[in-house]
Design a protein around this ligand. Structure first.
Ligand code: PLP
Length: 475
């Protein structure tokens, strides 16, 4: 009997290891005051490379302490209110208790005989999500590793269903759309760019024209409900009309906007989503779930089965039990669904929706605040919880601002006190708040803006400590 493997006879070692890990984590998190230590790549690489993986420490406690130094002390903490960079959320505590169970039981939801009730739990959550989308009883779906995989699978199904070769999407759609086209072996010009209405939302008239102009059999239209940068929601109902007229598969990428499915105040923003053929939802973005937790949900369940491959040893055609592997791109797969299950059973979906609404409210408040601050420019009013802005005090040209912003962002990151994202829109560089932490207050955001102002002034002022930036800005 190995003392190192989880079993009924190693429960003391197991509970001690898990208790130590959570106690160590709590100890470290208690001391966290900012999202990042500020350590450089070189520093961290030296420390990680110095570990001799062929000389084990022989003790979980010792290994945990080493990991605390290497990893926890330099982790990026998404729960810190001044972490406002990417689509990462602080995680719901009930989901963390589910993680303990998922890891130790280690079910694999590919076949019934490796997961039993786990398969039914996942299926109930798919049905629940399909219900929230507004799909009828024929809907089906499966959990995936993330929005990228969900989008890939949706486009694979669209190709199987239509045998078409062109995907219609805007420049604001997620880059996984283009990546999927490559993985699917489609032609280089397979993704046809559809014009937007000037506000980053797909223009349905331009979509119809693009489909007609492309000719041939179209494969799919990808509408986005919550674009990564601007948080825009394409006009799904009008797009669904065009898709119906041209008999095109409609995929809605709601990786980010899916939190609206739980919102009592803003669910209407997703109106029309029930007309999609497939939908991507990322619970690990706007349902406060730990990574990974995503799903693809389809209106007609039978379309999912088109990719089924049967292996005699695993899921023979004659099987009479539910084998999720028939619907998934993966084989061995975690029971990630249990995290969402625990969250819904403990908190309920209204609470999730309220938390998502709170971050959307905060983005609107922050936008109004920026309008009143002469040192900053906001690009446009937010739809969801992203906000694009830049530090541009009087006298700083747009060209100099474009050059300064990425370097300012880097310096902010290495200071560790706040982390924001950055992106380019129309060739110009903007800083980005992505708000997914309902604990981030306006005071926190004011602090982040003050920090940016301080660094910006330092980099542009005559007595700058950053001669390279100064030379570029003043040139
Ligand atoms: C709109 C959209 N779709 C898909 C994705 C990909 O999701 P994931 O990172 O879970 O693969 C993202 C990620 O930011 C996204 O914003």
């Amino acid at each position: 009997m190995s003392p190192h493997l989880f079993s009924g006879s190693t429960l003391d070692a197991y509970t001690s290891a898990v208790w130590h890990a959570s106690a160590l984590l709590a100890d470290r998190v208690k001391a966290v005051r900012q999202p990042y230590s500020g350590a450089s790549v070189a520093d961290l690489r030296d420390q990680v490379d110095a570990v001799d993986l062929d000389r084990p420490l022989g003790d979980t406690g010792a290994a945990l302490h080493e990991v605390a130094r290497l990893y926890l002390d330099n982790a990026v903490w998404f729960h810190e209110p001044t972490y406002v960079a990417h689509l990462n959320c602080p995680v719901a505590i009930p989901a963390l208790s589910a993680e303990v169970l998922i890891a130790a039981v280690n079910s694999s939801v590919d076949t019934w005989d490796q997961s039993t009730a786990g398969t039914l739990i996942e299926q109930r959550l798919i049905d629940w999500t399909a219900g929230r989308i507004g799909f009828g009883p024929g809907a089906d779906g499966v959990f995936t590793s993330g929005g990228t995989q969900s989008n890939l699978q949706a486009l694979l199904l669209a190709r199987e269903e239509t045998r078409g070769g062109k995907i219609f999407a805007t420049a604001e759609s997620h880059f996984s759309v283009g990546k999927s086209a490559g993985i699917l072996g489609l032609a280089r010009d397979a993704v046809v760019g559809v014009a937007t209405d000037g506000d980053g939302r797909m223009d349905p008239v331009a979509l119809a024209a693009a489909i007609e102009e492309a000719g041939g059999v179209p494969m799919a239209v990808v509408a986005t409900a919550g674009t990564t940068d601007l948080g825009r929601i394409d006009p799904i109902d009008a797009i669904a009309d065009v898709c119906e007229r041209h008999n095109v598969w409609l995929h809605v990428d709601a990786a980010y906007g899916c939190g609206l499915l739980a919102s009592r105040r803003r669910r209407h923003l997703l109106d029309g989503i029930e007309r999609a053929d497939s939908v991507t939802v990322d619970f690990h973005k706007s349902f406060f779930q730990p990574v990974s937790s995503s799903a693809i949900v389809v209106r007609r369940g039978e379309t999912l089965r088109r990719i089924a491959v049967h292996a005699d040893y695993l899921n023979p055609r004659t099987a009479t039990v539910p084998n999720q592997v028939d619907k998934s791109l993966q084989t061995t797969r975690r029971l990630d669904a249990l995290k969402l299950w625990m969250t819904l059973r403990t908190l309920g979906s209204d609470r999730i929706g309220e938390m998502f609404d709170a971050v959307v409210d905060r983005a609107h408040e922050a936008y109004l605040h920026l309008l009143d601050d002469p040192d900053f420019e906001a690009l446009t009013a937010p739809t969801l919880s992203t906000l694009l802005f830049r530090f541009r005090p009087a006298g700083l040209s747009v060209t100099d601002c474009d050059e300064l912003m990425p370097r300012l962002r880097q310096r902010l990151f290495h200071g560790g006190r706040a982390i924001v994202a950055g992106t380019k829109i129309g060739g110009h560089y903007w800083l980005k708040f992505t708000l997914l932490n309902p604990n981030t207050t306006m005071d926190d955001l004011r602090d982040v803006l003050d920090l940016i102002r301080e660094i910006g002034r330092d980099m542009t002022g005559p007595a700058t400590k950053d001669p390279v930036a100064n030379a570029a800005v003043l040139a």
